[in-house]
Design a protein around this ligand. Structure first.
Ligand code: ADP
Ligand code: MN
Ligand code: MN
Ligand code: MN
Length: 348
């Protein structure tokens, strides 16, 4: 009888920025069929446990935490019928663990579901050589040619790591994730992929799995992808996670996009506190960012906190881009806050 290999993936309690963890569970194919997983999805898949004292999620004296499957996709690395299983973490009494940010995001999505919010997240990251910890494309001593030629470029002098970025894209597609593109970024060795537009929970679940696949494919290339907001200090671009958002109303008229920007202007500090650790090193007012302590919005303005893309201004409908979240942000928390701030100010 054949087996289904399930990789249970979860978000740990490392502070200030959580890390991904995973371990492998082998099912008989028959068990998977009996549970109804093929037709019913994650809800029907068996819960599992782990040692929370090794992941900053529990004390050694009562270390058991529960893995509750919330999203399943095919495992593009193992292939066949094997699956990746994203889990939320619960306490032993089945209440949400304090590090579980998904539960609150789920409640917020439910609260504002009639607004039909869509998110598209642009995940930037930097490929570090896993031995030297330097971005690939940086020489052992000193610096490469300064920024200018690298963004969306072609050619061996400017492009570093394309093979891995392409491989990652293929893996996301094979897994069935809503990946919508990739590009080389402004700093050498820096790349971006985009997920969406899809609902808040979908974009967040898919982004966490896409991040896991990124770290996983990095193992095969000797590359550790960094989500640090400013991997190289000085005159080098940082790494963000621009979060594009629309409601049904925003997709129909421009004034509600402006209303959304105005609503965001009133909660700037709360959002910044939850938009990723170390973001103050990135949001300096230089390198296509607004300063962390200022809020602004504008059409086509890459120096604003919120940008309204030129096409959106031209069409007088569409979406806005929150440029503030850093590359290491938690999408459950960011999408929850944006939904709350904008939808609570929007007639539904
Ligand atoms: P740029 O680099 O110019 O900021 P990208 O093409 O990298 O733009 O990213 C644009 C993002 O906007 C994509 O992730 C896409 O999914 C998202 N997007 C497009 N339309 C909408 C929409 N109506 N609502 C939310 N997000 C959207
Ligand atoms: Mn982009
Ligand atoms: Mn970018
Ligand atoms: Mn962008």
């Amino acid at each position: 009888m054949s087996n289904v290999i399930a990789e249970y993936i979860w978000i740990d309690g490392t502070s200030p920025t959580s890390q991904l963890r995973s371990k492998t569970k082998i099912f008989k194919k028959e068990e998977i069929l009996t549970m109804g997983t093929v037709t019913m999805g994650a809800d029907s898949l068996a819960i599992w446990g782990f040692d929370g004292s090794s992941t900053n999620q529990a004390e050694g004296s009562s270390s058991d935490c529960v893995l509750n499957p919330v999203f399943i996709c095919s495992d593009p690395i193992r292939g066949g019928d094997n699956i990746l299983v994203l889990c939320e973490v619960l306490n032993a009494d089945m209440t949400p663990h304090s590090t579980n940010t998904r539960k609150a995001a789920e409640l917020m999505s439910e609260k504002y579901k009639t607004h039909e919010g869509w998110f598209g997240i642009e995940q930037e990251y930097t490929m570090l050589d896993s031995i030297t910890n330097q971005p690939i494309g940086f020489p052992e001593e000193g610096f490469p040619e300064s920024q200018g030629p690298y963004y969306c470029s072609v050619g061996a002098s400017w492009i570093f790591g394309r093979e891995m970025a392409e491989e990652h894209m293929e893996l996301c597609l094979d897994a069935g994730l809503a990946i919508s593109g990739i590009n080389a970024e402004v700093m050498p060795g820096q790349w971006e992929f985009q997920i969406g537009p899809v609902s808040a929970l979908e974009v967040s679940d898919h982004l966490w799995i896409a991040r896991w696949l990124l770290f996983r494919v990095g193992e095969m290339h000797g590359i550790h992808p960094s989500l640090d907001p400013k991997p190289v200090p000085g005159d080098w671009n940082g790494a963000g996670a621009h979060t594009n958002f629309s409601t049904r109303t925003m997709r129909e008229n421009y004034q509600s996009i402006i209303d959304g920007c105005e609503a965001l202007s009133k909660t700037h500090d709360l959002h910044i506190k939850n938009y990723g650790d170390g973001n103050e090193r990135r949001l300096t007012g230089l390198h296509e960012t607004q300063s962390i302590d200022q809020f602004s919005y504008g059409a086509s303005d890459r120096g604003a906190s919120i940008r309204i893309p030129w096409q959106v201004e031209k069409d007088q409908k569409g979406y806005l881009e929150d440029r503030r979240p850093s590359a290491n942000m938690d999408p459950y928390t960011v999408t929850k806050l944006i939904l709350d701030t904008i939808c609570s100010n929007e007639p539904q």
